[in-house]
Design a protein around this ligand. Structure first.
Ligand code: SAM
Length: 230
């Protein structure tokens, strides 16, 4: 038996590439986006009462990782990328039905549009449903997860005088907290765990309409070298 689902909207996100998106929501509070609702869910009736809610769960499709062959085991980056565990013990993007879930802050509501922050979603992500976060049910005091008990360790993020100046002026132009966004995302250390970076190697990703490039002067810190409008 199969069922079909239809997206109720699409996320316009600060993240234009998968690389350097945090592994979970809330890790980069400066990561913002807008959920544009499709008809008929763009009508005011569908959003009535949502102004009383601070956070929402989004159920969405990992539209850039959809697969035809089911995977039973995956290699979560968090475990170093070389240990396999059952797919249902992970939040891997490689899932039977490609469904992801993220709890994000609801900043503001406009007709047919929800302004969100703390997102971990790629630009263009199709959203299947929205549900309010319900603190009394969703906060579980004695919850444990032996595979992912703590937030990932952070790495130091430094700037050159030029890259900081570039980030500040692009932030002004965009009207976005770009410097914080870069620091929060890079502090998660986006490089694959199996890679020992050489200081010469440059890494990059696109946030909003700027290309951010950085390198690792040593394995425990990042220096942002360039923030350039593309
Ligand atoms: N919070 C969600 C969950 O638990 O289902 C997502 C967790 S998943 C590990 C987060 C990663 O998904 C991000 O780092 C990003 O690279 C990737 N991602 C985000 N949106 C995506 C999309 N639409 N298609 C494919 N991958 C996506």
């Amino acid at each position: 038996m199969s069922y079909s689902v239809t997206p109720i909207g699409v996320v316009r996100s600060c993240f234009k590439e998968k690389f350097a998106i945090p592994r979970q929501p809330q890790l980069a509070p400066a990561a913002r986006g807008v959920l544009e609702l499709h008809p008929p869910f763009d009508q005011a009736h569908a959003l009535e009462g949502l102004e009383q809610v601070s956070h929402v769960w989004l159920l969405f499709l990992f539209h850039q990782s959809l697969e035809t062959e089911p995977r039973l085991r995956v290699r979560p980056p968090r475990l170093g990328g070389n240990r396999m565990v059952g797919v249902f013990a992970t939040r891997s993007t490689h899932r039977p039905n490609g469904i992801g879930q993220s709890v994000v802050r609801l900043e503001r509501i406009e007709p047919g549009r929800l302004h969100l922050s703390g997102i971990d979603l790629l630009d263009g992500t199709p959203v299947l449903d929205i549900k309010p976060y319900v603190p009394y049910a969703d906060v579980i005091d004695d919850a444990r997860n032996g595979l992912a008990n703590n937030a990932p360790a952070l790495i130091a993020v430094n700037w050159t005088a030029t890259s900081l100046q570039q980030a500040c002026s692009e932030a002004l132009r965009l009207g976005e907290p770009l410097q914080a966004l870069i620091e929060q995302c890079l502090a998660q250390d986006p490089r694959p765990a199996y890679q020992t970076p050489s200081p010469e190697r440059r890494y990059g990703t696109r946030l909003w309409d700027v290309e951010v490039r950085w390198h690792y002067p040593d394995p425990s810190s990042i220096t942002v070298v360039d923030v350039v409008r593309v």
